[in-house]
Design a protein around this ligand. Structure first.
Ligand code: SF4
Length: 374
């Protein structure tokens, strides 16, 4: 029998104090909701019945803004997970926080509750860029939050956004290096339908994204981080050695993950099938469903969908994929001539069973996966 993968747990907290003009996540204005915490705890017990006993790879509080949750709420979710499954040493317990929520007492409380990695939504250290993004923190608050996080948590990650028209974010990478932050996730500003930026563009107002400056900003960030021994272990993620995100690696490696909270996605392998789940989007529907015991919209992935997902996620990372695993699920071989061509042109690397992208291959990943999956 194949050993089950360790289980990653994602907890979605959908509330934010205000909605940023570029955000298309499942978010709602607000902060606390005691009923939602209870529903998440109930949902976790349903998942445990379904998954059986498993080791935990990681717990991740994402959102929305989970730094709006109280220490007691974080503590009850972490304790419930630990009670339901087993958490081996080294499991990552991460929480996404907004700089404006920085509070020493609360963050020390989070740490006591088990949080060992804080991921800060700094986005930029530039005041103009932050105001353009509609963030409720300024550069000073960003500096204070990062400095405080580094004193409290053993592992600190920052989110940075680049590609804002008319804004120079080239110094953000230097701030990361100077402060000694452990991990960076970068996001290119994109304009998604349904966001305030999209509506502004529809009205003919100035474009928020500039593709040329976006490419320049990314390359300057990449150079600064690379020069300073941050390893680009995934397309948009950099880490000092040993500080790679265990939780995100679980997605990219095709591990099983539980998704609780409104709109959260999950994947669980049961009886040889990989099942995809999506929780109800609206908090009210989610809470109702959690108490009724049937919470997710479930779909069994076909073997070829499972294989494609594994390939598309795995090739994002430096470590790549196992060819054998892919071909077993796909029930077909990877196109040999295409692989050879992509190796020849230095987009792919093939090392026995491992197929991975080169640095230049990761820059054109859609092209590569398109070639491999046709
Ligand atoms: S704080 Fe984050 S999740 Fe909330 S609206 Fe802004 S970008 Fe979206």
């Amino acid at each position: 029998m194949v050993e089950p993968t360790p289980l990653a747990i994602y907890v979605h907290w959908p509330y934010c104090t205000r909605i940023c003009p570029y955000c298309d996540f499942n978010v709602y204005k607000g902060a606390e909701n005691a009923e939602l915490v209870q529903a998440i705890l109930r949902d976790l017990t349903h998942w445990r019945e379904w998954s059986g006993p498993r080791d935990i790879n990681s717990i991740h509080f994402g959102g929305g803004t989970p730094s709006l949750m109280s220490v007691d709420d974080i503590d009850s979710v972490v304790s419930t997970v630990n009670h339901l499954w087993s958490q081996p040493d080294g499991a990552e317990v991460g929480l996404e926080a907004n700089p404006s929520d920085a509070n020493r007492e609360v963050w020390e409380g989070y740490k006591k509750a088990g949080i060992n990695r804080l991921s800060l939504g700094v986005q930029s250290f530039d005041d103009d860029a932050l105001s353009f993004l509609g963030r409720n923190h300024n550069s000073r608050a960003a500096h204070l939050a990062v400095d405080m996080a580094l004193k409290i948590f053993p592992s600190v990650s920052l989110d940075l956004i680049y590609g804002l028209a008319g804004h120079d974010t080239s110094r953000d990478g230097e701030q990361v290096v100077t402060k000694g932050v452990h991990h960076v996730s970068t996001y290119q500003l994109t304009i998604e339908e349904g966001t305030a930026f999209h509506r502004a563009e529809q009205r003919g107002e100035a474009r928020a994204v500039d593709p040329d400056s976006s490419a320049d900003a990314f390359s300057s960030l990449a150079q600064t981080l690379g020069r300073n021994r941050y390893n680009r272990y995934e397309i948009s993620n950099w880490a000092k050695p040993g500080f790679e995100s265990r939780h995100n690696l679980a997605y990219w490696r095709g591990y099983d993950y539980v998704g609780v909270g409104p709109g959260a996605h999950g994947r669980l392998t049961v009886g040889g099938n990989r099942v995809a789940t999506t929780a109800y989007l609206k908090p009210k529907d989610y809470i109702q469903a959690a108490h009724a015991g049937g919470i997710e919209i479930r779909e069994i992935l076909s073997s070829s969908d499972r294989a494609s997902e594994y390939l598309m996620m795995g090739l994002r990372t430096v470590e790549g994929i196992s060819v054998q695993k892919y071909e077993k699920w796909a029930n077909t071989q990877l196109p040999k001539t295409t692989v050879d061509d992509l190796v020849e042109t230095d987009f792919l690397k093939l090392d026995n069973d491992r197929l991975s992208t080169t640095a230049q291959g990761r820059d054109v990943l859609d092209y590569i996966t398109g070639k491999l999956l046709t």
